[in-house]
Design a protein around this ligand. Structure first.
Ligand code: ATP
Length: 415
């Protein structure tokens, strides 16, 4: 790593990470932000709730890298050891910070509770540390000089971590290395295109030496693409490629800010005042759940049906028995009829319907696991689409189906 690109290492702390009960999403999120402002991320480490090991890791990382960012282990219990480990690595004592103790007591008092004694642990910090306010939870973070490096200790819960990262870490890091190499990072989120089709159309943009460097990750029907540019012209190079990218993938891009397709579709519905209803079979309400996770969606979302059995499709949505008999529940005509029924019964302008074979059993030669149909009724138009999704597991097929349905609606709204 050149002197122009300060090095950072990331440390994720907690037994549940080592045991594989949760995945380390914090380090990935921090790495993306740091690389976007010109830091070189040298490595990620995961360590359990072990005082010796955490302290040793802090010493090693801080002896080598300018910046060390740790997450987790700041809670009130005996296995939250980040404060002790940092003190040990820096060769200082822990000391009680009265102002933090008072703040913690106030936090509990405001909720009509008295602070448990154990929470006083959260008011002890290594001598010389700067305390970082936690605006989301109770665990304050801190910044501490260890050897030639600077350690930031942030809380484990992702919303608390990211609030502290944006407010305390990144501004400090920018100011501390004003001479660092420029970098610029952008991202795009795409739907309705496979990773291989994307790679083909992206062509040379995806080559290893390409500038900006492109990275792609696929998750159940959506792709996230990041662009990272370095050097004096980073901003301009990124802007030029972003403009080309927008033109080349105009139909597929649904956001350049956040990865949740439901959120993007929900915003469009709200902005345009298009009311929506849903009718689901194989996804059992997952589409409704995704839609209702969008803040403010009550302005346009009317509600939905989970019509799992054929009788429910007939009774609730008026799907004709004959249609079910001749085509089967998992078919384009039935998806279409479900959407039409949901639109008629709800009075919404748009209705989305899903029917499919989620697996792992129940597949046949004509109707294999992964076969999904989506119906869309929008104003006077009625359309349906089918997909043969990879039979990669019940949950994956269902999540994929929900994204496919959301994308069908998104594209129809864009026409
Ligand atoms: P508190 O105990 O006050 O909640 P903490 O700093 O002690 O905060 P941990 O107890 O280590 O944090 O983790 C709390 C929760 O935060 C974990 O159960 C997990 O859900 C989430 N979390 C912790 N570390 C990570 C990580 N690296 N990536 C994603 N989530 C994490």
């Amino acid at each position: 790593v050149s002197a122009q690109r300060p090095a950072a290492s990331l440390v994720a702390i907690g037994d549940e990470l080592l045991a594989g009960r949760i995945a380390d999403g914090n380090s990935a999120a921090i790495a993306a932000r740091l690389s976007g402002i010109g830091f070189g991320v040298r490595g990620f480490a995961v360590v359990g709730d072990d005082l010796e090991q955490i302290a040793e890791l802090f010493s090693r990382c801080a002896g080598r890298d300018e910046l060390v960012i740790a997450t987790g282990g700041l809670g009130p219990t005996q296995d939250d050891l980040t404060r002790e480990a940092a003190a040990r690595a820096a060769g200082v004592e822990l000391e009680l910070r009265e102002e933090v103790a008072a703040w913690l007591r106030g936090w509990f008092a405001a909720r009509g509770r008295t602070m448990p004694d154990s929470n006083l642990r959260q008011a002890f910090f290594p001598a010389g540390a700067d305390v970082l306010e936690n605006r989301v939870g109770t665990a304050p973070g801190f910044r501490l000089r260890i050897g030639r490096g600077t350690l930031f200790a942030l809380p484990g819960p992702p919303p608390e971590m990211s609030d502290m990262l944006e407010r305390a870490v990144l501004p400090w890091a920018r100011a501390a290395w004003p001479e660092r190499e420029a970098a610029a990072r952008g991202e795009f989120h795409l739907a309705g295109i496979s990773e291989s089709a994307f790679a083909e159309r992206a062509g040379a943009w995806m080559e290893r030496g390409a500038e900006p460097r492109m990275g792609v990750t696929a998750h159940t029907g959506v792709l996230s693409v990041s662009l990272l540019s370095r050097g004096a012209a980073a901003e301009a190079v990124l802007a030029a490629r972003s403009a080309e990218f927008r033109a080349r993938f105009a139909e597929e891009i649904y956001s350049d800010e956040q990865p949740d397709l439901a959120f993007s579709v929900g915003r469009i519905l709200i902005e345009r005042g298009v009311t929506l209803a849903t009718a689901e079979s194989c996804t059992g309400g997952m589409l409704a759940a995704r839609i209702t996770s969008v803040p403010g969606i009550s302005a346009v979302y009317r509600g939905g049906w989970v019509t799992y059995a054929d009788q429910a499709k007939q009774r609730e949505l008026g799907v004709e028995a004959e249609l079910l008999r001749s085509h089967g529940a998992v078919s384009e005509p039935v998806a279409r009829a479900m959407a039409a029924g949901a639109r008629r019964e709800s009075g919404a302008r748009a209705a989305l319907a899903l029917t499919g074979v989620a697996g792992p059993g129940g597949g046949t030669r004509e109707k294999p696991v992964g076969l999904v149909f989506c119906g869309l009724a929008l104003d006077g138009e009625l359309e349906a689409r089918g997909w043969r999704l990879p039979p990669v597991g019940r949950e994956q097929v269902r999540t994929y189906a929900v994204n496919a349905a959301l994308d069908l609606l998104r594209r129809a709204l864009a026409r």
